[in-house]
Design a protein around this ligand. Structure first.
Ligand code: GDP
Ligand code: IMO
Ligand code: MG
Length: 424
């Protein structure tokens, strides 16, 4: 039995789902512990593309069970639509999905507030996914939130929605209120068969020590509510410790933590991005890597690999291993750069210990590497990679001080190079 965590180490979209899907071959359970439909997790299998938002990336394996922990946000109609779309693609959900009864829900008011902030009528524009994530998590923290178990009782639900609108000082008509209660009741009738106690299940499975559990992170460490580039972050706890917070299965019990990095860096939304590039190399990477948001379709911002941020992520997540994805996307670029420090006011910072205004004014300190131009997307062995690609990988390993155990060279499951364990 093993319990493994795969989480993003940068600003999200590192290719977590591709890696979770790859590792899920030997998993009995795949578990989401934070985030909600702001996540866009892409799996390409047998030439077919699936984009998952709330459903864990183990769903493509017919025998794997998918669990959604208490820390995940559920937007009922969106989750129902996701299930129906996957069912249409031939995926069965029978006895395969369990949502913790404690999971909070996203209501229309949360999306309304998110949109109002993003369109400039209140607060700072973060460039959110507009899925209502920030407002829904804040309401849960303020103890005005509504959890999925609350959908079972329409009388209580009506009162709770009324209270919530009052709390936000937003008027709701009687008709709108009744409509929302009715819609949520309909959603509940559909979803209730999937609702139960994920905490008990996980701890029981762990006690028996027979099954493999794979935890799937959403977003990335630099979007973590406490340790990310605040306030340009998401509203959940993204790090290793989020597993315990979001499922009730303590992170102390994890056997292994894999941190996923892209071979370059991307970010969607606003906020500091020290290694961002805006030239034709960025356009080339965006085009070759199809760097457009899986949830919103927005073009992703592109940058060189940021080893300062990368090392910080490795440290706060207590990584055992790193995974490098999208190495193939860099093929054909003559010179590659890795940022090994932020220069601010004459001093070089090797950890992101600067606030946003200083990060924006800092200059990345780069080391330059020769690129390669041989197609690597069918490579199965690290020794067969071009020499310059190996030097680039080794440099990243040295900077983040974590051994890289998997390298992804394409979207498909089999386009993955496994590296034998080696001592550093
Ligand atoms: P996630 O949110 O971390 O799961 O990542 P996304 O699915 O949002 O974005 C990653 C994108 O990169 C998706 O389009 C994947 O299909 C793609 N991808 C993942 N690994 C590789 C890789 O090694 N090479 C290439 N070319 N694409 C990859
Ligand atoms: P996956 O799981 C990349 C970003 C948004 C915005 C900030 C806050 O696919 O890696 P939110 O809607 O969460 O309130 O937005 O976080 N963001 C992501 N960026 N990948 C994601 O998820 C993201 N989820 C949120 O762009 O900057
Ligand atoms: Mg994504």
């Amino acid at each position: 039995m093993a319990s493994i965590l795969v989480l993003g180490c940068m600003w999200g979209d590192e290719g977590k789902a591709k890696i979770v899907d790859y590792l899920a071959l030997s998993a009995d359970y795949v578990v989401r512990f934070q985030g909600g439909s702001n996540a866009g997790h892409t799996i390409v299998s047998g030439g077919r593309k699936y984009v998952l938002h709330t459903i864990p990336s183990g769903i493509l394996y017919p025998k794997t069970k998918c669990l959604i922990g208490a820390g995940v946000l559920i937007e009922p109609p969106a989750v129902i639509e996701e299930i129906k779309t996957l069912e249409k693609a031939g995926i069965s959900f029978k006895n395969r999905l369990l949502i913790d009864f404690r999971a909070g829900i996203v209501l229309p008011v949360h999306k309304q507030i998110d949109l109002e902030i993003e369109t400039g009528r209140r607060g700072i524009k973060i460039g959110t996914t507009r899925k209502g994530i920030g407002p829904a998590y804040s309401d849960l923290s303020a103890r005005f939130g509504i959890r999925i178990e609350d959908l079972a009782d329409p009388i209580n639900l009506r009162e709770r929605i009324k209270l919530l609108y009052n709390y936000h000082r937003i008027r709701i008509t009687k008709q709108n209120l009744e409509q929302q209660v009715e819609d949520l009741q309909k959603n509940w009738r559909y979803l209730k068969k999937y609702v139960g106690d994920v905490e008990i299940l996980l701890n029981e499975i762990a006690a028996k020590q027979e099954k493999n559990i794979l935890f799937e992170g959403a977003q990335g460490t630099l979007l973590d509510l406490n340790f990310g580039t605040y306030p340009f972050v998401t509203s959940s706890r993204v790090m290793t410790d989020g597993v315990g917070i979001g499922t009730g299965f303590s992170a102390r019990r994890l056997n292994k933590v894999f941190g996923v990095y892209k071979a370059y860096t991307t970010r969607v939304g606003s906020g500091p991005f020290p290694t961002e590039i805006l030239d034709e190399t960025a356009d080339y990477i965006r085009k070759t890597g199809n760097e457009y948001g899986s949830t919103t379709g927005r073009p992703r911002r592109i940058g060189w690999f940021d080893a300062v941020a990368g090392k910080f992520s490795a440290r706060i997540n207590a990584l055992d291993n790193a995974v490098l994805t999208c190495l193939d996307v860099l093929t054909g670029i003559e010179k590659l750069k890795i940022c090994r420090g932020y220069r601010y006011n004459g001093k070089i910072h090797r950890s992101p210990d600067l606030d946003n205004s200083r990060i924006i004014l800092s200059q990345p300190v780069y080391e330059t590497f020769e690129g390669w131009d041989t197609n690597i997307s069918n490579c199965k062995n690290i020794n067969k990679l071009p020499w310059n690609a190996r030097l680039y990988i080794e440099a990243i390993e040295d900077y983040i001080q974590i051994p890289i155990s998997l390298i992804s060279v394409g979207k498909e499951r089999q386009q993955t190079i496994k590296i034998k364990a080696h001592k550093r």
